[in-house]
Design a binder for this molecule. Structure first.
Ligand code: KG4
Ligand code: ZN
Length: 356
């Protein structure tokens, strides 16, 4: 079965072909440079960029893979949560293809797609725990099967990635902030001071709160004139101020340790044999080493996708769509996009027999 995946929920226009659960080819047009000087994604610009990129990206993907459009069996598109205007571009394109090719449409939950993405690289074992850390979400899941996700805890305010982006913005580092804070933090030597304390860990829940930490960093930066770069840049300096490196490292460490503390708490309660870590922040080097250490000490399998599979991509959407298609599920062409902050319903239809 050949599935085309379409991802346009934020600032990456990404398409991929997955055949029988294996990646065939993918293409991505990143808008990071467009948004970098604004310190975050500008929704209207994002939608316009998706609109102008998607058609040629699709042709390029098919040509490069030597695949004829008529051999596609399912059109799978991220249907939320995400930026509404951006989602509508991808979904509209997907609907046009599904109608024109007369093949089923499958709307994919972007968050579930992140968590299932490592299935492209290895067999996933269920049930398991999932830690999703992205620009819009920080959640711990109990995952019974590829279609059964239960949220055990989530952020009460900023997502981890959002905190990275906002701290980067107050330092005049470019968007996506996590990438640049990670790079600066990795230049810090051992034994750097803990400038900030782990937020919202003195409780017994699995929720997160990163806005206080973000404010603590912002106040620290404000009290030290000259620490932030003098204007918003497109890249980090070649020889950064050691104090800037120290602050980035302290913040990075704090986020990574907080995620580790809450994940360890979840492991104590659910005792799974494996845990999947997914989303853009899962590319963070400090987080990866903290969680590898945790998994090693607990003797559980840590499923950490390759960094290219952590951030938004088309392969994860095609793969999640493939798993749904294999279960005989699809959507009608009246499928709606779901904006950020709203729950994505599990509203699949049984695929008509002649199409499955
Ligand atoms: O999953 P993703 O690509 O998009 C959403 O669904 O939100 O995640 C984007 C987020 C951004 O906030 C970005 O700053 C963060 O992931 N990110 C990182 C790293 N790479 C991307 N955060 C920390 N360290 C990184 N290396
Ligand atoms: Zn994402």
């Amino acid at each position: 079965m050949l599935c085309l995946g379409i991802e346009t929920s934020c600032d990456e226009t990404a398409l991929a072909l997955v055949r029988d659960g294996r990646l065939v080819a993918e293409r991505m047009a990143s808008q990071a440079r467009v948004h970098s000087v604004f310190g975050g994604v500008v929704p209207e610009l994002a939608s316009r960029r998706h609109l102008s990129a998607i058609k040629s990206l699709c042709s390029d993907l098919l040509d490069g893979a030597g695949v004829d459009m008529s051999s596609i069996d399912r059109i799978c598109a991220a249907r939320g949560p995400g930026l509404l205007g951006s989602l509508l571009v991808g979904l509209g394109f997907a609907k046009g293809l599904a109608l024109g090719l007369d093949v089923p449409l499958i709307g994919v939950n972007h968050l579930h797609a992140h968590l299932l993405a490592p299935g492209l690289e290895r067999d996933l074992k269920f049930p398991c725990l999932g830690l999703l850390v992205s620009g819009g979400h920080t959640q711990i899941y109990y995952i019974r099967s590829p279609r059964e996700f239960e949220v055990l805890g989530g952020t009460l305010d900023d997502a981890a990635g959002e905190a990275f982006d906002k701290v980067a913005k107050c330092l005049n580092l470019p968007y996506p902030g996590g990438v640049f804070i990670d790079r600066l933090a990795s230049q810090a030597g051992p034994g750097e001071p803990d400038l900030f304390s782990c937020p919202y860990v003195d409780n017994d829940n699995l929720d997160f709160s990163f806005s206080g930490l973000k404010t603590a960093v912002a106040n620290y930066v404000r009290s030290r004139p000259g620490l932030a770069l003098e204007s918003l840049k497109e890249d980090i300096p070649d020889n950064p101020d050691p104090e800037l490196v120290r602050v980035c490292a302290a913040f990075n460490r704090c986020v990574a340790r907080t995620l580790r503390i809450k994940l360890e708490r979840a492991l104590n309660r659910f005792d799974p044999s494996s845990v999947i870590v997914a989303g853009g922040v899962a590319a963070n080097s400090r987080l990866r080493s903290e969680l590898s250490d945790l998994a090693g000490s607990r003797g559980i399998e840590l499923v950490l996708p390759d960094t290219g599979l952590c951030t938004d991509n088309g392969a994860m959407v095609a793969y999640a769509g493939y798993l749904l298609a294999r279960a005989g599920l699809c959507h009608d062409l009246d499928l709606e996009a779901v904006p950020r902050g709203r729950q994505v319903p599990f509203d699949y239809l049984q695929c008509p027999a002649e199409q499955s």
